[in-house]
Structure formats: structure tokens, C-alpha cells
Design a protein around this ligand. Structure first.
Ligand code: FAD
Length: 583
């Protein structure tokens, strides 16, 4: 579509859920909002908000109209004209991150205006308005993700691991962008030539104002797209949570909803391992199952609604626990300070020892089986390696879309390592072939995986022309960044509470008379939850449970610190004493 078109973009969501996306507030609701807002005159044609800016302002139309417009490579598309009683905003307004639409005055009139921070405070206190606004904001973001035109364009190749990595990151963060694939559309090559971008420089990310970033990593891209709220290195937070998987997100929801100042640091996209699960069927309250991404997306919005600040593509490199407040060094050189810390960095899959494996990651080798990967191997033959629940789920999910699914397991069968409901489904599926006592041994291909070899104890080596392999082979904890700060077990999982041996506490010079709380590590005020914790049951429900329980203990620690700070002998500086000296 070109020019300033009045037609809505081709997007079912806009027509299906229009009323919830663009509701009209009642007079009483507008009056409640007005108590916290200013009011402005709006002049025809005036632009109130531009895409790609951290505007954070929220408007309610009192008279006249405001047009919501999506900028695209071929001109603007008008999404909606807001009438009196309707309001602007989407999730970025609450989080203070970069927005996606232009808001321009249509008919002149008046509007209420609020800063994003005032809006966030209102959402936390007014349940009725919170429900209406948050529902609209979530639906508007979903609409933007589905829409064709976007402020951000990603040009790449579906056969490149770099492109897939960026796409996966943007998709998992529900970030709207226009995807142009050089292999799927011949016109993309012409566009690249016009923009003087070499094929060797893709993937490339382009913003609406023409700025571009060639071949970026996710950290660079997140900064370029202003996806995160600002971090102030001098702020002393009540709590920093490292990791935004189910455990970290749950801790963030409970901590923020209970009034704590919470910062969350996430190395990749929110959702952790669960975010890569195509369907979680054993999480309480979802009898027909829920995709990990949908579950994590809801938790993310919930945490942000309560005021937690979540930073994605933001890796914790080192925890410094020698002194209080604790500090965490980030991989981009910044530092954050906190009175308490929750380690929620989970675990990651073990790599197989195949020489050229890393070459094919994202180009035939996958660690997740979501709709994104399934689309890449529609109707083809695939291999799933592993005998645990995640392997079983992947096989069952892929069996719906693929011609044949080969499951390779090292052991004699599945029963020991997998839930029986999955074992039954695999046995009953005509599409899934189970190969027990079988290991993947070799990979071959050019830019993309083309063939594989496996070795079976019964039938020996076999080469197959299969180009898609899903590795679901167990996990190791992400605890390297702790650098010996807290006691770990022999497999490097973090020991907490009753799991801590006397020896661990002696080695760590545990300074207090009380024993560590449940989920507290060998250092006071530092906790571990979820898959990174020794003895944890590797399930979404237990990660969520631990994240929420942990906040009770965080409150106790903060109260202990406040009480110590009030003691005359401590002179109000307890928060800055060496960790091992506070009691
Ligand atoms: C494909 C798959 C399917 C699954 N299906 C199910 C299921 O059906 N039911 C079920 O109950 N469980 C399932 N699980 C297991 C479940 O997902 C995990 O137990 C759960 O995600 C653990 O949550 P967590 O928050 O502790 O850790 P994770 O989910 O591992 O999240 C940890 C997060 O920390 C981040 N991180 C790591 N290091 C750093 C760092 N240094 N700085 C900042 N951030 C960091 C990671 O990027 C990650 O996002 C499945 C797992 C997978 C992989």
C-alpha cells in the first residue's frame, strides 16, 4: 500500500478484536484519569508521537480525533482514528521503550496527556482501568506484530544462522518488524543494491529514519532498536534478578507487585527454556496446553505492569559478592547495584561432540521445536535426538507437520526418562520411528545441513539425506558468571538452604547466627531459584513456585538490613558493610 491510505492494514486481529483494542472510556473513567493528567489543545496535522522514539506519553481524546498511523517502506497505513473517549498507547508506553506508530491530530480538539510513569502508577492502583488499558495495549502489540508495515525492517537469508538468530530473538520478544528474505523474494536483491548493501553484509536491520546496522549480534540490535528501559548504574535496587525464564519472571511479578524496586537482566529473550517449548501440557490451569512463548509473554507483561524493569539481551558477566551492596558487572561494561540478588539463570542444552556441529546451528541444527522451526521443515524428514520429556514433546509436535520423525536415543528405550503420556503418543504415532541405542555421529552440508549419519548398536552406521536435526539432549547450569561467589554442587548447580553442607558454609565464612533461608545461597541475601538450583525439579511449575516463594525471604533480608542500619553502632551504613560482616 502506498501513500497515506485510510484503509486498515491487512490484519485479522484489527477487525476481530477492534472493540477491545480501541475501547471507549466512560465519563467516570475519564474523570479518574483526568485527576492524574494534564490537558492540551490539539491542532490539525500536529504530530504528537513519532515511531522509533521513547515518547512514553499517553493521550485520551476529549474532542476531535487522533490518527494512529503505521509507517512502511511504501508509505503510511492508517490503523484507526481515535474518537472522543478513546486513548493512545501500547506496551512500549508502559515500559518506556521505543514505540512503533505515529500519532497525528486529525480533527482538532482537546486531549488529556500523561507521562508514562504516571500511567504506570495508575495501572498499578486502578484495577478497572488497568484491565481495560492493559488488554488494549496487549492486543495492539499483537496487531503490530501481525502487521505488514513496520518501523523496523530485517533483511536476511532464511538459510543463515545469523538471520535466524535475530528473527528468533525479535519473535520471542514480540517485537514488530518487517521480514525480507533474499532467498524467498527476488526483489529483495534489488532493494539491497539500491541501499548499497552487500550480500555479505546481511542480516541488516533498518529503522524508519534510514539508520541501519549490518550483521549485528542481539545485544547490538537491542541497543539499536532501544528495546530496553535505561539502566542507571548509580541506583541501589532492592532486588536484581538475573535470568528471565519462568523462575526469574515469577520472582519479578511477585517482587514488583509487593512494592520492591526490581531490575531483571536477561542475556537473551525472556522466557528461557520454556520460551522454546512448543506446548507445555502439564502447567496448572491450561488443560489444552499453552506454548512456552505465550506463557512467558503473559508473565513478562504482568511483571512490567507491576513496575519491574526487564532488560533483554543484557548479560550478567560477574557477580561481586565480597561487599554490600552486591554489584553485577554486565557484558557491555555497565554495573548494577543491589541489596539482594536472585540467581535464575537456568540451564542450557548439552552440545553433542560432533566436530562441525556449530556450523549448522540454525541452519539445520535446532535446540528448540517451536512453530518457527517447524515451518522450516514442513513436510520433510527430521531427526530428534534425546530421550527426555523435551525430546518427546518435540517429536510429537513435529509429527503433525513433518513426513517422518526419527527419534535417536542412546538408551534401550524411552520409559525411564520420559513421562508415560508422551511415551504412549510416540508409540502410537505412525510418523515417529524410535531408534534406541543409536547416536548421531556426523553432519554434512554446505550453507545448510544436507545429510547426517547415525550409528546404531544393532544395525551399524547409516547415512540419510536429512537436513533438520533437533537436539534435545539434557542441560547444564548457567552458573559460570558466578565465578565461585556462592557454593555449587559437583555438577555446578547452586546449593541453597538445606542443600548447603556445613563445609559449604564454613568455606563461604557464613557470617550469621541463623541458618540460610530456603533458597538462600552460601552468601546472605543472594538466592537461587529454578533450574540453576541444586535439587530443583526441572519443571516450569517448580521454577515459578520457587520464584514466588523466594520473595518472602527477600523481604526478610531487606527488613534485616533496615534493622541493622538503624542500630547506633552500625551508624546507618550496614548496607555497605562487607557481606561477611553483616549480622
Ligand atoms: C523444549 C523444552 C520443553 C520443555 N517442556 C516442559 C514442559 O512441558 N513442562 C515443564 O514443566 N517443563 C518443561 N521444560 C523445562 C522448563 O522449561 C524448565 O524447567 C524451566 O524453563 C526452568 O526455568 P528457569 O527460569 O529456572 O530457567 P530457564 O528457563 O533456563 O531460564 C533461564 C534464563 O536465564 C538467562 N541467563 C542465563 N545466563 C544468564 C546471564 N549470565 N545473564 C543474564 N541472563 C542469563 C537465560 O538466557 C534464560 O532466559 C521444557 C524445557 C525445554 C527446553
Amino acid at each position: 500500500m502506498s501513500g497515506n491510505s485510510a484503509a486498515p492494514p491487512v490484519n485479522n486481529l484489527y477487525s476481530r478484536r477492534r472493540e477491545q483494542m480501541f475501547p471507549t472510556l466512560s465519563q467516570a473513567q475519564i474523570e479518574r484519569l483526568a485527576a492524574h493528567a494534564g490537558s492540551i489543545e490539539t491542532r490539525a496535522g500536529e504530530v504528537l508521537v513519532d515511531p522509533g522514539h521513547r515518547h512514553g506519553k499517553f493521550y485520551v481524546v476529549l474532542s476531535g480525533t487522533l490518527e494512529i498511523v503505521l509507517p512502511g517502506t511504501e508509505g503510511e497505513v492508517r490503523v484507526h482514528a481515535l474518537q472522543p473517549g478513546e486513548f493512545t498507547g501500547e506496551l512500549s508506553t508502559v515500559t518506556g521503550t521505543s514505540g512503533f506508530v505515529r500519532i497525528r491530530v486529525g480533527e482538532p480538539g482537546r486531549a488529556l496527556v500523561m507521562e508514562g510513569s504516571q500511567l504506570a502508577a495508575l495501572i498499578q492502583t486502578d484495577a478497572e482501568l488497568s484491565e481495560i488499558l492493559m488488554r488494549a495495549f496487549i492486543l495492539r502489540r499483537m496487531g503490530l506484530v501481525e502487521s505488514e508495515p513496520s518501523e523496523v525492517t530485517l533483511i536476511g537469508s532464511g538459510h543463515s544462522a545469523g538471520t535466524l538468530h535475530l528473527r528468533e530473538f525479535l519473535a520471542r520478544n514480540a517485537f514488530p518488524y518487517l521480514n525480507l528474505d533474499i532467498d524467498a523474494d527476488p526483489q529483495v536483491k534489488t532493494l539491497l543494491e539500491r541501499l548499497r548493501i552487500g550480500v555479505n553484509e546481511i542480516p541488516v536491520v533498518i529503522r524508519g529514519d534510514g539508520r541501519m546496522l549490518k550483521n549485528p549480534g542481539i545485544n547490538e540490535m537491542a541497543a539499536f532498536l532501544e528495546m530496553n528501559p535505561d539502566i542507571d548504574s548509580s541506583t541501589l535496587h532492592d532486588l536484581v534478578i538475573v535470568g528471565a525464564g519462568p523462575a526469574g519472571l515469577s520472582a519479578a511479578v511477585y517482587a514488583a507487585s509487593e512494592g520492591l524496586d526490581v531490575l531483571v537482566l536477561e542475556a537473551g529473550a525472556f522466557g528461557g527454556q520454556a520460551g522454546s517449548s512448543s506446548k507445555i501440557e502439564n502447567y496448572l490451569g491450561f488443560p489444552t496446553g499453552i506454548s512456552g512463548q505465550a506463557l512467558a509473554g503473559r508473565a513478562f507483561v504482568q511483571a512490567e505492569k507491576f513496575g519491574a524493569r526487564i532488560n533483554v539481551a543484557c548479560q550478567a558477566e560477574r557477580l561481586n559478592c565480597e561487599r554490600r551492596p552486591y554489584s553485577i558487572a554486565l557484558s557491555d561494561g555497565r554495573t548494577v547495584l543491589s541489596r539482594t540478588v536472585i540467581i535464575a539463570t537456568g540451564a542450557q542444552y548439552r552440545e553433542l561432540r560432533i566436530e562441525n556441529l556449530s556450523r549448522f546451528v540454525g541452519a539445520g541444527i535446532y535446540y528448540a521445536a517451536t512453530h518457527l522451526e517447524a515451518k522450516l521443515c514442513d513436510g520433510e524428514e527430521v531427526v530428534v535426538v534425546g530421550g527426555g520429556n523435551s525430546a518427546g514433546q518435540a517429536a510429537v509436535f513435529l509429527a503433525n507437520r513433518c513426513r517422518k520423525v526419527h527419534m535417536l536415543v542412546r538408551s534401550d528405550g524411552l520409559a525411564e526418562s520420559m513421562s508415560s503420556y508422551l511415551v504412549r503418543r510416540i508409540e502410537e504415532s505412525p510418523v515417529i520411528a524410535l531408534h534406541s541405542q543409536t547416536q548421531l555421529t556426523a553432519l554434512e552440508g554446505g550453507d545448510h545441513l544436507e545429510s547426517i549419519e547415525w550409528r546404531s548398536a544393532q544395525t551399524g552406521a547409516e547415512k540419510r539425506g536429512i537436513g533438520h536435526v533437533f537436539l534435545m539432549t539434557g542441560a547444564t547450569p548457567n552458573t559460570g558468571w558466578l565465578h565461585g561467589c556462592v557454593a555449587l554442587d559437583e555438577k555446578n548447580f547452586v546449593r541453597t538452604g538445606p542443600e548447603l553442607k556445613l563445609r559449604d558454609l564454613a568455606d563461604a565464612h557464613w557470617p550469621l547466627e541463623r541458618a540460610p533461608y530456603l533458597l538462600e545461597t552460601s552468601v546472605p541475601g543472594i538466592f537461587a531459584v529454578g533450574d540453576a538450583r541444586a535439587g530443583n525439579v526441572k519443571r516450569v511449575a517448580s521454577a515459578v513456585g520457587e520464584g514466588s516463594i523466594c520473595i518472602q525471604f527477600v523481604h526478610r533480608i531487606l527488613a534485616e538490613l533496615d534493622a541493622t542500619a538503624r542500630l547506633p553502632s552500625q551508624g546507618g551504613t550496614a548496607a555497605f558493610q562487607p557481606a561477611r560482616m553483616t549480622s
